[in-house]
Design a protein around this ligand. Sequence first.
Ligand code: NAG
Ligand code: NAG
Ligand code: NAG
Ligand code: NAG
Ligand code: NAG
Length: 564
Amino acid sequence: MKNRRKRGVGDVVVSWRRFFRFVALFVSSFLVFSALFIFLGKFRPSIKAVHGGSVPPVMVAPVHEAVKFPDQTLIFIKYQSSSRLLTKDYLFCVFAHTNDSSKVYKELPFAVEISDPGRQIVRCSAVPRHHTVSLAVTRWTVDNRFLVGATYQWDRLVYDAVIDHDNTTVAFVKGLNLRPGKVADVSRYECVYGWDLAKPKFLLRSQVISAAQEIVRCKTPLTVLKGPRVAQSSAVKVSVRIKGSGMLPSVAHPINLAVRVKDLTYGERKQFETCVCTMTRNAANVLREWVMYQAGIGVSRWFIYDNNSDDDIVSEVENLKNSGYNVSRHFWPWIKTQEAGFANCAIRAKRDCDWVAFIDVDEFFYIPSGQTLTQVIKKYTTPSSSSSKIGEIRTSCHSFGPSGLKDPPRRGVMASYTCRMSQPERHKSIVRPETLNTTLINVVHHFQLKEGFTFVDVEKDAMIINHYKYQVWDIFKEKFKRRVATYVADWQDKENVGSKDRTPGLGTRPVEPSDWAERFCEVRDNGLKDWVLENFVDRKTQRLVWEGERNIMVGEVVAQMGLC
Ligand SMILES: *[C@@H]1O[C@H](CO)[C@@H](O)[C@H](O)[C@H]1NC(C)=O
Ligand SMILES: *[C@@H]1O[C@H](CO)[C@@H](O)[C@H](O)[C@H]1NC(C)=O
Ligand SMILES: *[C@@H]1O[C@H](CO)[C@@H](O)[C@H](O)[C@H]1NC(C)=O
Ligand SMILES: *[C@@H]1O[C@H](CO)[C@@H](O)[C@H](O)[C@H]1NC(C)=O
Ligand SMILES: *[C@@H]1O[C@H](CO)[C@@H](O)[C@H](O)[C@H]1NC(C)=O
């Protein structure tokens, strides 16, 4: 009893002491924070600070450049690896009138993307005439914003660059206007490297090895290759000089995707047997079916080049990753650059993939024998005694029509669209990335190969691609709208009115033809539908594995298909 009382008294004393300590701590913290607040407030990177040249280390360095597109502006910001990434909720795009700085308005960005290491890209709307664009951090006042340094036009620009496995730099360039599929004269160009391309004294020049389409390959100067800064902050930029007409603007930091010291040899086994590259926009709704189906036939790695999506693709990719699918998304905002994007993806996939298929998200391999894609590839590429080495496999496509449907099918495309055109269209390629020609020339889904390599056509009854090209009107019209007045069936094709690529019988306005649902229907084809219903139905729910919310692990799908 006594003890307890004593202890009680002692407790009170201690508590008072603690209380005073606590108050003291609180007061001093308050003072420190106020001081910091005032200090930082004074030195936050306002216009004055930027002009004064004494920018203190803040969350992000000032915006350094922007690229103007017809429908958006990309603003590139640098960040230190130690600082947090900025998200959409922290930023405003600020537009100010050039003549009247009191006329300012701000809006939320469409998205904030992570580009190469050390850089983020903020997507703002297009800059109106007589306006400039800058960025503001939400909690700051509009006066204190990041100013944009240089602003470039998207159609005359070195927009991306990577260091390939042979240590050459591959630069992706708009504005050279080279003829499709043709090799250009390399002596007309020169690559230029520098930490600040505006300082001619500190530029390194290097020889061009090949130039074709939008791709210039050059020797990488040793300083750049060995420089510690390449890998980490990618601070060095590369540009292309057209002899006699000057250097193109550049936002391209050559990034080293290879991270291995030797070039790859033909036939070397890699981490993944079969991978897929695709370029797409707003594919969140269809990604699940597309990825899960391909996982079932043996694809194990997906590279998604995202052309300015404004749907839920980021979270859909996350969901798939969480379910065990190795999917990565790469922001690719560049206009009319499908060929360049494919070349970029081929280099990206080279280290880890034996074979890379280039298909769209509305295309699905159909293998009637029930073999995996990998088995089909092996069958066609196992060297027979005489034939030259195979670097590419071509598969033709069947174009499916709306098949009588009026509403978007709940079970996905494969189980729903069953009527198609009889004649196959074009083909899509699966390539061995190390056999691609140095030029990386590719035209409508097939690549030029190195000398000594050749392609093989897959027979139609061994494998075909089901292309769900003309879907129900609500879905099809989205494709239609994007091509506006000059409708073409494939985005990479020429926009001439008489072209066979135009959807037959459609005008130039997105109005549903009364018989749309019945069109493009010449042959009933239940092949892939039956195969999918046999092999991709969840026994418990009786639904297709990609239907509904439930996430299913890759292993389950493969097990259900009896491939293990
Ligand atoms: C901006 O001011 C300049 C001269 O001060 C004038 O020539 C120009 O027309 C003005 N532009 C606009 C859009 O008001
Ligand atoms: C590429 O450069 C690195 C670093 O300089 C070097 O170690 C490597 O051997 C080079 N690889 C090739 C294929 O030249
Ligand atoms: C996905 O593939 C890349 C190689 O392309 C590999 O580095 C990475 O570890 C893989 N991720 C998972 C989760 O397996
Ligand atoms: C991306 O979409 C835009 C329309 O938003 C289009 O103009 C552009 O050509 C597309 N890019 C590619 C690579 O197809
Ligand atoms: C690339 O293709 C061209 C023909 O367009 C050919 O002359 C050249 O030898 C090929 N490159 C290689 C490395 O085989």
